[in-house]
Design a protein around this ligand. Structure first.
Ligand SMILES: [Zn+2]
Length: 295
């Protein structure tokens, strides 16, 4: 199951659906941040939700979302940047958060995130318009419900979001992904009721992934009884962070000569770590001195 995302419509455009496999993407995020299984599940779900919501709501591939989940649990902040073109990055404040499994044997995402707090999403359409931010209170901290609540209230779009992740005891993410189904304003009660009935019988996303193995089949199962039209397949779902040595150098150069001299005298070199991808950058004394010459 390579990381992919597909967009579809059903019932002549009155239903919109997006499904994604994100296993490799989430594994890379978890490796980079050395997350515990509980933190992996929370970060993985947030990365998946970001990709699904960005793809469902952004018309332009340059569109992006910045998601901040701030609950009162031990995990602290979850921050995710997701683009409509399939690129996503993110981190959690405390990646080593460990909680015992729930009574159902699942990883305790709600306990790690916290039951109260906020979910804020900044929407940037990628076309130069002013980004806007919507904020809602958390419902359960399980993330799927919280994003559903966000879309129903902040975006006035009735939605069903199923996020699935299974983390093996070794810490490896075996399967991760999700399914988002949205009802368009002109759908009407009859379609809404039929869809609700179908979705209420649908197994969890992890079970669907194991049962069908393809997003196309998962979408057809989720929308059975409706005529489904696949609109777009995005093959390049990936963890991606635009940080680079160049960017670090530019940031250092913007500090000005006095501060650069201070860094040279006090630390000998400059070190920086990207929050989003945990990449570490070391800028040597020689490189710092070059910045001074070039200023
Ligand atoms: Zn980075």
């Amino acid at each position: 199951m390579p990381d992919t995302l597909i967009k579809a419509t059903a019932a002549d455009g009155r239903i919109r659906a997006v499904a994604a496999f994100t296993t490799e993407t989430v594994n890379e995020a978890c490796r980079r941040h050395a997350t515990s299984p509980t933190a992996s599940a929370a970060l993985g779900k947030a990365l998946g939700a970001g990709l699904l919501v960005a793809s469902a709501t952004m018309k332009d591939p340059r569109g992006s979302l910045t998601i901040r989940v701030m609950g009162d649990g031990p995990l602290g902040l979850i921050l995710v940047d997701a683009r409509a073109n399939g690129a996503v990055r993110g981190y959690v404040s405390r990646p080593d958060t460990y909680l015992p499994p729930t009574p159902h044997g699942t990883l305790d995402v709600g306990g790690a995130v916290g039951r109260t707090g906020t979910l804020a999403i900044t929407h940037d359409n990628g076309l130069g318009g002013q980004p806007y931010t919507g904020t809602v209170e958390l419902v359960s901290g399980e993330l799927g419900e919280d994003f559903t609540h966000y879309m129903a209230t902040s975006m006035q779009t009735p939605s069903a979001l199923s996020l699935g992740i299974f983390v093996q005891p070794s810490g490896e993410v075996e399967v991760s992904g999700g399914l988002l189904v949205q009802l368009m304003p002109d759908a009407g009660d009859e379609i809404a009721e039929r869809l609700e009935e179908t979705l209420s019988k649908l197994p969890s996303f992890t079970q669907l992934a194991r049962q069908y193995g393809s997003l196309d089949q998962i979408l057809h199962a989720a929308l059975s009884g409706f005529a489904v039209e696949i609109l777009h397949t995005e093959e390049s779902v990936r963890f991606e962070c635009p940080c680079s040595t160049d960017r670090v150098m530019r940031a250092l150069a913007s500090l000005g000569p006095t501060e650069i001299r201070e860094i040279i005298e006090e630390q000998g070199q400059a070190e920086a770590t990207c929050h989003f991808c945990n990449e570490q950058y070391v800028v040597s004394r020689e490189q710092l001195e070059e910045l001074l010459v070039n200023q």
